[in-house]
Write a protein that binds this ligand. Structure first.
Ligand code: SF4
Length: 343
């Protein structure tokens, strides 16, 4: 029998990094040399949706800059507590789209599995920040019912793993799930929406690449990067490994006030992504979730930014500007104006 030494029991590196993530706003500000008064009035916002950010992601923030675009995405602010008309708990109608436990079926041809509510980072603009994951995620006991639903709907060609962040689950469970999905004959593609390759690139391990790249379903990974500073060398290596495993890489961003609402930043993001084999896919208007109103920019300004982006990049580097509307049959693409609009 092999001795169970402490080293043999050590969790994988990504799980140890996760355990070391910053959850205390005061500690985060101290690490960045910022004034603790930035936290005044934020206690309720933190209780509502707590801070969580991996140390590696903090390392890409600029010390001493309270307006750092990466910091703005994760730091709780008092503005989250202000009421704003039209900002609600479930802005995209997820709950109405529940088709079976843990299964959302909004659009013809694809269905989404909500695997977990856990994430490595808590994005303050998250459209699922109020989602009732406890009762609406796919529990192991409901897997057979979910597979049965997918099996009966022969029009579904693509399954999307979502959450929370689906890659927060361990490889053993994910590999078993993907194997079960591959047994559903009409499925063609497996899409994973995850922020982990960007915020915790250590998650891209050889065992992840094995189950992701080695199955029957064509893998597509949609990473969520909003700003070029999110993509450093370690992220580039993780993206390169995914690409080498045969994964089609796409990115979707959310247009966020004070983070990426200028054309130069968006252009640099597209260029940086493409250097690492990622195609910019969607640029989302903010989903109007309660607590995130301070991130919103107007549609007119978004269209102007998108026009400028289109003028400065080849078409394949320009993400589609879209909005998700509750109950709509697909994402709604916003038309690019022929000329820049006044901001
Ligand atoms: S990683 Fe995705 S699901 Fe998790 S908080 Fe951020 S936006 Fe929301």
């Amino acid at each position: 029998m092999i001795a169970r030494t402490p080293a043999a029991w050590q969790a994988p590196l990504w799980q140890r990094r996760l355990a070391e993530a910053i959850c205390d706003p005061a500690e985060l500000l101290e690490m960045l040399g910022l004034d603790p008064s930035l936290l005044s009035g934020t206690r309720a916002a933190t209780q509502d949706f707590r801070l969580r950010v991996p140390r590696g992601f903090v390392g890409r923030m600029l010390p001493g800059d309270p307006a750092d675009p990466l910091l703005r995405q994760v730091l709780p602010l008092a503005a989250e507590l202000e009421d704003a008309a039209g900002f609600v708990a479930d802005p995209v109608g997820d709950l109405a789209a529940a088709a079976a436990p843990g299964v959302l079926h909004k659009y013809r041809g694809r269905a989404l599995l909500v695997l977990t509510g856990a994430c490595a980072v808590h994005c303050r603009y998250c459209f699922r920040r109020h989602y009732p994951y406890g009762k609406a995620s796919l529990a192991q006991r409901d897997l057979a019912a979910a597979l049965d639903y997918l099996g009966r709907h022969v029009e579904i060609r693509e399954v999307i793993l979502s959450g929370g962040d689906p890659l927060m689950l361990g490889d053993e469970r994910l590999a078993a799930l993907v194997e079960a999905l591959a047994d559903v004959p009409h499925l063609r593609r497996l899409r994973i929406h995850t922020r982990l390759p960007v915020v915790l690139p250590e998650r891209v391990t050889p065992s992840l690449l094995d189950w992701l790249g080695g199955g029957r379903l064509k893998p597509v990974v949609v990473v969520h990067a909003n700003h070029p500073n999110e993509i450093d060398e370690t992220v580039g290596d993780a993206l390169g490994a995914l690409q080498q495993a045969g994964v089609q890489l796409l990115n979707q961003s959310v247009l966020l006030r004070g983070v990426n609402d200028d054309a130069d930043t968006l252009a640099r993001l597209s260029e940086r992504l493409f250097e690492h084999g990622v195609l910019p896919y969607y640029l989302h208007m903010l989903d109007r979730v309660r607590g995130a109103a301070h991130f919103e920019i107007t549609e007119c300004r978004a269209l102007t930014l998108h026009r400028k982006l289109s003028d400065s990049l080849p078409g394949y580097l320009v993400p589609r500007l879209v909005r998700e509307l509750s109950g709509a049959a697909s994402k709604i693409a916003l038309p690019i104006p022929a000329l820049p609009l006044p901001i």
